[in-house]
Design a protein around this ligand. Structure first.
Ligand SMILES: [Fe+2]
Length: 612
């Protein structure tokens, strides 16, 4: 049985193909169109999935869309009616888009499928619509290593639901409790993101990265005025302070007077107050998530918890849930945002609608390390690089690992393209920029010369799974970089009194541990554990680096410049290599040094992308 899952028209469009319940391929449209968060119908991603699965569109049994457009329209309409005439501005702006692109989505999707298949193929009968949070819940539970689990999904909003509590048993899944729009934890976090001068639906992780610099001085204010939190973790927002129902912004004048100023201007200087607000919303979010987790543990009696929805990308909060030991085990869908809805929609149809059992792969989840995207063979890479005028050498498997590990210890910043591309927002050693975390200057260098971004966020460490507890206060699988834990005390360097009072980025530039490039100002790190089973080459590279340096940890940041989708093809990788101050590029067994390349090929392209 071949099922295509599709997510589109809202945030990140994506496609996924499953065959007899096995996830064969999944990819986000942005990686092909090079348009960050591209929400258009994912023609490229679908074509890739069909090619990878070696099937024709005609042989697909079901296409499952990740949410229900009519329910979403109903929400817009009812929200408008509830807030009329105040909401007319936002309604009149969104209505034409809805009428044109969204309300008649079924027709549009069928037409798109006809374009793909060339013939009608009875798409009307084969097209199904899942519900938004059911897609999230299915994406969290079905690929997990558990045969039963409690499931928590939290995001901005789908149709009506913003939070759902569900239970998965064998191949059954049922949602038993929901919190509805406008009461939304995702939208509250987004409102603060907006107020702090960052883009909604993309800047949330910056707020999380800013939080360790601040004190939660505004947490009481937030709880007294913005959100009412019950003991079971359910919550209600005070809509007097938010404008997302009626206006085109997230917050309003009343919100501004509560915090004492208008929103921060994008790209303006950060203040201690901004950092304190970030710390405050993080603390409030964590309080609610812990209460929800405790409630779902109590009501279901389950030992395993699965998480999805955009809020599940808050790895700091996830780390807290793990440390509280509310559940024995925790699994988080790596594509926790709407892109992952494509996987959930397809798996939901297979297991729930078609009543098909689940398969377990030796206690490992069935996401294949999230390496579900395109791979390029050596012949294609050589052809691409040659046509671009690149100078390169092709090495054996052993030599490429040795030479790359040596380059790491020599302080080089390396573009590393290896095997299939990751599905989800994180680079996991498939399309990564890697470096030596022990270097005091690496944090600054990578930020300024390669990523072209603000440098208040540290990079993430990739660590061999066997060594994680020798370097971090955690002994748990975190293959998708979705758990945060502290560097262990032995590896820390306590800051002097003078260093402790430094402000912002100056504090980040103080050496706080043996691996300063991946240690945040509060000693925390966003950890990816690397497993031999899912990425043997990446494992071998870090292992060789450990033999040379004594350190089983490397810096891993996504292979892109600021505002650019992560690279997909060899061409994307070479452009990023030549447009930045990366020293080395490795694509499979092919090794390129910047100093070997023609100067005329060096082209800066960072201004091509809108800042994220
Ligand atoms: Fe969502």
């Amino acid at each position: 049985m071949k099922i295509l899952g599709v997510s589109a028209y809202y945030h990140d469009a994506a496609a996924c193909i499953i065959i007899d319940g096995e996830i064969i391929a999944a990819a986000q449209e942005e990686r092909f169109t090079r348009k960050k968060h591209d929400s258009n119908f994912p023609f490229n991603a679908i074509n890739y999935c069909l090619n990878e699965a070696k099937i024709k569109a005609n042989s697909i049994d079901n296409v499952v869309f990740y949410d229900k457009p009519f329910l979403k329209f109903e929400r817009l309409l009812e929200t408008y009616l509830a807030f009329a005439p105040k909401g007319f501005k936002s309604f009149s702006t969104s209505l034409p888009i809805w009428l044109k692109d969204k309300l008649f989505q079924k027709r549009i999707i069928i037409d798109a499928l006809k374009d793909l298949s060339g013939i009608d193929n009875k798409w009307e009968e084969k097209l199904l619509f899942s519900e938004h949070h059911l897609s999230h819940a299915a994406s969290a539970y079905f690929p997990s290593p558990f045969n039963r689990a409690a499931i928590l999904t939290i995001d901005g909003v789908g149709e009506w639901t913003t939070t759902s509590l569900a239970l998965g048993k064998e191949h059954e899944l049922s949602i038993y409790k929901e919190i509805h729009f406008p009461h939304s934890l995702g939208l509250l976090y987004s409102a603060i993101t907006y107020y702090l001068g960052y883009k909604v639906n993309s800047g949330e992780y910056k707020v999380m990265g800013l939080a360790p610099y601040g004190e939660p001085k505004f947490a009481k204010l937030i709880k007294d005025h913005l959100i009412d939190i019950k003991n079971d973790g359910s919550f209600a927002l005070n809509m007097n302070y938010f404008d997302y129902c009626t206006g085109l912004t997230m917050t309003n004048e009343k919100f501004n007077s509560l915090f004492g100023s208008p929103p921060r201007k994008q790209e303006s200087k950060l203040t201690q107050r901004d950092m304190d607000i970030a710390a405050s919303i993080q603390v409030v979010l964590e309080e609610i998530l812990l209460k929800l987790a405790k409630d779902i543990a109590k009501t279901t009696g389950e030992k395993n918890l699965c998480l999805a929805g955009g809020v599940a990308l808050n790895c700091v909060a996830n780390g807290k849930i793990l440390r509280e030991k509310i559940f024995d085990s925790l699994w988080i869908q790596p594509a926790a945002g709407d892109a992952g809805g494509a996987i959930g929609a397809a798996l939901g149809a297979y297991h729930i609608m078609h009543n098909q059992p689940r398969k377990f792969i030796n206690g490992i989840d069935s996401m294949k390390g999230s390496y579900l995207g395109p791979e390029f063979n050596q012949k294609d890479v050589i052809q691409s690089l040659s046509s671009l005028g690149a100078v390169f050498e092709t090495l054996t498997e052993d030599k490429i690992i040795e030479k790359t590990a040596q380059a790491l210890t020599n302080g080089n910043a390396i573009g590393w393209m290896n095997g299939r591309m990751e599905f989800g927002p994180r680079a996991l050693g498939g399309r990564s920029i890697i470096a030596d975390p022990r270097s005091q200057s690496m944090q600054k260098l990578l930020n300024l010369k390669v990523k072209f971004r603000e440098s208040f966020r540290p990079f993430a460490p990739s660590v061999l799974r066997e060594y994680v507890s020798q370097w971090f206060e955690m002994d748990y699988d975190s293959p998708y970089m979705l758990l945060v834990a502290d560097v262990i005390k032995d590896k820390r360097r306590e800051m002097t009194l003078n260093e402790q009072v430094l402000f912002g980025i100056d504090k980040l530039n103080v050496s706080r541990s043996e691996i300063p490039a991946v240690t945040h100002v509060d000693y925390s790190a966003r950890i990816q554990t690397v497993h031999k089973e899912t990425n043997p080459r990446y494992y071998a590279l870090i292992n060789r680096f450990k033999e040379l340096s004594g350190c089983p940890v490397i810096v891993n940041t996504s292979f892109n410049v600021r505002g650019e989708p992560i690279v997909c093809s060899p061409e994307d990788a070479f452009r990023c290599f030549m447009g930045t101050e990366l020293d080395v590029l490795v694509i499979g067994n092919i090794f390129l040094k910047k100093t070997d390349q023609l100067l005329s090929l060096q082209k800066s392209y960072k201004n091509k992308y809108e800042l994220d």
